[in-house]
Ligand binder design. Structure first.
Ligand SMILES: CC(=O)SCCNC(=O)CCNC(=O)[C@H](O)C(C)(C)COP(=O)(O)OP(=O)(O)OC[C@H]1O[C@@H](n2cnc3c(N)ncnc32)[C@H](O)[C@@H]1OP(=O)(O)O
Ligand SMILES: O=C([O-])CC(=O)C(=O)O
Length: 377
């Protein structure tokens, strides 16, 4: 009997120096540094550069990278016109996937797959992703896009372009922490997809467009929006426990919980919960946070014996919602952060590339012969 690793669970296909996860103890590190330390001390810009370069950058390296990102924030005017012409009411992830593909058409070097070109395109993509997402949101609302500012951090500039007004320093920092928490996560489905595409020696844009498609699904990045749908469906905290129990009795999944690798609390969900709690406390407990507290307790009571706990998507939506972000944009925001992890992982893999090509056990018919159309039953 041949063993099949369904869902590729536990299959090791490469080495990586970027991210380590211990799923039983709920530990996540980047370059050996715990995620909690990155969240507390670092920024999206710094973690992105650390993963792209493989080391903790010096102040001069970080300043240079920051200036490169700022210089690359603008997107072509033609692309803005294309984005503004997308049909109204489309899903934000569909729009993002298409817009990044369109962006490649305006990059004369898009199909250059040398290591230097991949790095330069990575920087352009990281910088422009925020401008694209904000432009999609605003044009979908019938508003004018807001041009990026170079005097703001990556996080603050995104909120500024999205809302058309500068965030407070506290809002900008909270959003930056959320980005830091989402930058990378080992061989998750979208990173694996990006690597699989690049392993054919396809270009960086194609790898990222593939990854956006993989992130979109509700079993992966799309779960953050699905959590908010669930909270809206539940409505009030007193209904949360019954809702969860009924779902589990019907053998249905609760969104934002469970993970292929973590069989304990996802450490990112703990950081996000603390911030969500802090904001809820300050603003008078938001009903979303209160519902999540009940869901978490019910899930842990019923499913911790199966290793099912809240994941990163569980609390992120309440934090974004507190920042005035519509739920359709939660998954694009995941992409806004993960773009750095995708690019860093692709660039690392490409240094010693081998075509990714797994196999399947054939279980179909054998010894058959072609039957003429008129002779078939
Ligand atoms: C950023 C991220 O991608 S984090 C993940 C985001 N996704 C979600 O939150 C969606 C909800 N969660 C899930 O669907 C899953 O936990 C996944 C897809 C994340 C991981 O799935 P897998 O490792 O393939 O586990 P699988 O789906 O096979 O489930 C294993 C068992 O746990 C149960 N289980 C897993 N997740 C859940 C859940 N969210 N709610 C209830 N039960 C669950 C399954 O029903 C199954 O039970 P069984 O053995 O009795 O049949
Ligand atoms: O690692 C995974 O499978 C999913 C995940 O948490 C992530 O991509 O952040």
């Amino acid at each position: 009997m041949t063993n099949i690793a369904k869902g590729l669970e536990g299959v090791l296909f490469t080495e990586s120096k970027l991210t380590f996860i211990n799923g039983t103890e709920g530990i996540l590190t980047h370059l050996g540094i715990p995620i909690q330390e990155w969240a507390e001390n670092s920024t999206f810009e710094e973690l992105s550069l650390a993963l792209l370069s493989g080391h903790l950058p010096t102040a001069a390296e970080l300043a240079h990278f920051d200036s490169q990102l700022k210089a690359n924030r603008e997107i072509p005017a033609e692309l803005l016109t294309i984005i503004a012409g997308y049909p109204k009411g489309i899903s934000a992830m569909q729009a993002l996937r298409t817009a990044v593909s369109h962006l490649a058409l305006f990059d004369a070097d898009a199909e250059n797959t040398s290591a230097d070109a991949r790095m330069a395109i990575s920087i352009r993509l990281i910088a422009k992703m925020s401008t694209i997402i904000a432009a999609i949101r605003r044009t979908q609302q019938g508003l004018e896009p807001v041009a990026p500012r170079i005097d703001l951090t990556h996080a603050a500039n995104f909120l500024y372009m999205l809302h058309g007004e500068e965030p407070t320093p506290e809002q900008a920092r909270l959003f930056d922490i959320a980005l830091v928490l989402h930058v990378d996560h080992g061989m998750n489905a979208s990173t694996f997809t990006a690597i699989a595409t690049a392993s054919t020696l396809s270009d960086q844009y194609s790898a990222v467009v593939s990854a956006i498609g993989a992130l979109k699904g509700p079993l992966h990045g799309g779960a953050n929006e699905a959590v908010m749908d669930m909270l809206d469906e539940i409505g009030t905290p007193d209904k949360a426990a019954d809702f969860v129990n009924a779902k589990l009795d019907a053998k249905e999944k609760i969104m934002g919980v469970g993970h292929r690798v973590y069989k304990y609390f996802d450490p990112r969900s703990r950081v996000l919960r603390d911030y969500a709690a802090h904001v809820a406390e300050k603003q008078g407990k938001s009903h979303y946070y209160q519902i999540l507290e009940v869901i978490e307790k019910t899930v842990v009571d019923r499913l911790s014996s199966k290793g099912i706990y809240p994941n990163v998507d569980f609390y992120s939506g309440t934090v974004y919602s507190d920042l005035g972000i519509a739920k359709e944009y939660f998954t694009p925001i995941f992409a806004l952060a993960r773009i750095s992890g995708w690019c860093a992982s692709v660039n690392e893999y490409e240094r010693d590339n081998r075509l990714l090509r797994p196999d399947a056990v054939y279980s179909g018919a054998v010894d058959q012969h072609y039957v003429e159309l008129q002779d078939r039953q």
